[in-house]
Write a protein that binds this ligand. Structure first.
Ligand SMILES: Cc1ncc(COP(=O)(O)O)c(C=O)c1O
Length: 487
């Protein structure tokens, strides 16, 4: 073939393979472009976080950058100035008056965890795509389960949010109880359970009536006697029960269901107990605060959302199980395009998600940066803020407060009708926003309330005192709203 004029198979790559260079991180350890981009982006982020107090918690409408890629790719500085526009319009959780939701500012190490997670770009789907991270994830899940009191051998899986953790818990419970074909199976949860329980049942193909609400007592916790009666009635009628869902930290007031009593009842009736601890389970990590969520350790499955209070960047939710083997029974399909697991099991076989990022990294770094003492002081401060605000608001005649043992507090004028409470909540939220204090406006017990979530580490006594002073001008001593003075 030598001397033949047919083209050689070993041709040089076509020009478009070599040029223009694409903006991937390169194999050059001194990749100066990547370094510069990371440094400039970090500087912007540090500036944004550090100037949180000078911007309102809820920004006004901001300019939007172009969304479509242009013919020529943008330079680093063009990208960063577009990024500025988006950052200008972002919700500002680091403002000391950001008290509306369960979305605290991020821990420093957790931000780094997210960055490194993106750079490693590993995939928790399978061990060969995330060798060290799969092991880290399993070990951390087992440590967390044990720390929260679940039995030896417990463990679990991270999920992108508490909704997904709750869904996976209920799918696992249904599978465990072999109720997959029972269209009449039900789940019992308190009337104050999170909306993700109903959503989960809809995704599972069950009719709306499958969610059976159990009434709550005056403290916002599920009524155990009502649960017992309901379970006995369902048993008499032969209606299968997938699970009882208890809540450790309800969304509006942070109430905790009486878990030990509910666990006893579930034990007597042979029913799976799922605890939605998306808000409250993290209190079980601390010796000083565990008493706020007694009985977590009795759960068959437990949702925990470190993103809601501990400052782990979103998303960070976990589903922990006393017997984690149930996850594989519910979700494993086999991964015929992957090497077999070398012992621990593939991350994609123990949950709904296939490809998923190493969210464990920011959780692990964040928890280790805080340390057990840091976790404890964060929880101490959140509870103290709630107690301080509660004392200030309790001194306002005519205001009805709803709270629990955690860091949430809701309130409304005691004697307002539902339409009056709605108007009051709108007007008062706006007055508070004008003073750079952001509360949320949930509907609870048939009427609107204002709700404060006191997990923001930057909130001090001054913000709470200003808040109470404004609220005091909006309610008369008889519990009627006082209309705002017209502007
Ligand atoms: C008690 C409770 N469970 C579950 C969820 C859902 O969590 P996520 O928003 O992470 O899906 C929430 C959200 O606020 C919640 O309050």
């Amino acid at each position: 073939m030598v001397g033949c004029d047919r083209p050689s198979l070993a041709t040089a790559p076509p020009a478009q393979w070599a040029f223009p260079p694409l903006p991937f991180a390169t194999a050059d350890p001194r990749d100066s472009e990547l370094q510069l981009l990371l440094e400039q982006a970090s500087q912007r982020l540090v500036r944004w976080l550090g100037s949180a107090a000078s911007r309102p918690p809820l920004p006004g409408l901001s300019l939007m950058p172009a969304v479509e890629p242009q013919r020529q790719g943008l330079t680093a500085s063009q990208l960063l100035s577009d990024l500025d526009l988006v950052m200008d319009g972002a919700y500002n959780p680091g403002h000391p008056g950001a008290l509306a939701h369960l979305d605290p500012p991020p821990l420093a190490a957790s931000i780094v965890g997210d960055l490194i997670c993106a750079g490693l770009n590993n995939n928790l789907l399978a061990e060969e795509l995330s060798p060290s991270l799969s092991r880290l994830e399993r070990s951390l899940m087992a440590w967390l389960a044990e720390r929260l009191g679940l039995p030896p051998g417990s463990g679990g899986v991270p999920a992108s949010g508490g909704t997904l953790s709750n869904l996976m818990a209920l799918v696992t419970a249904r599978r465990q109880r072999q109720l997959g074909c029972c269209g009449d199976a039900v789940v019992l949860a308190s009337a104050d359970a999170h909306v993700s329980i109903g959503k989960s049942l809809a995704v599972m193909g069950l009719p709306p009536g499958a969610l059976q609400p159990v009434p709550v007592l005056a403290d916002g916790g599920m009524d155990p006697e009502a649960l017992e009666r309901r379970l006995a009635d369902l048993a008499r009628r032969g209606v299968p029960v997938i699970a009882v869902v208890a809540t450790a930290g309800t969304t509006v007031r942070g109430a905790v269901d009486p878990l030990p009593a509910l666990a006893d009842i579930c034990g007597r009736h042979g029913v799976w107990l799922h605890v939605d601890g998306a808000i409250g389970a993290v209190f079980g990590l601390s010796d000083r605060h565990r008493h706020r969520v007694p009985g977590l350790e009795r759960a068959d499955s437990l949702t925990v959302n470190p993103q809601k209070l501990l400052g782990i960047t979103k998303t960070s939710s976990l589903l922990l199980l006393a017997r984690p083997q149930g996850l594989e029974r519910a979700f494993a399909t086999g991964l015929p395009y992957m090497e077999p697991s070398w012992g621990g099991g593939h991350g994609g076989e123990c949950g709904i998600q296939g490809s998923r990022p190493a969210e464990v990294l920011k959780l692990w770094l964040g928890l280790r940066q805080l340390g057990l003492e840091g976790i404890e002081s964060l929880l101490d401060a959140a509870v103290s803020r709630r107690e301080h605000l509660q004392a200030l608001l309790a001194a306002i005649p005519g205001l009805a407060l709803q709270s629990g043992p955690l860091h949430l507090l809701a309130f409304s004028p005691a004697a307002a009708t539902a339409p009056q409470a709605e108007a009051w909540s709108q007007q008062t939220r706006q007055q508070l926003l004008d003073a750079q204090l952001m509360l949320s406006r949930p509907r609870y017990g048939g009427r609107f309330h204002l709700k404060a979530v006191l997990g923001n580490p930057h909130t001090g006594a001054a913000e709470l005192e200003r808040l109470a002073a404004i609220v005091a001008t909006t309610v008369d001593g008889l519990g009627q709203p006082i209309p705002a003075p017209s502007a």
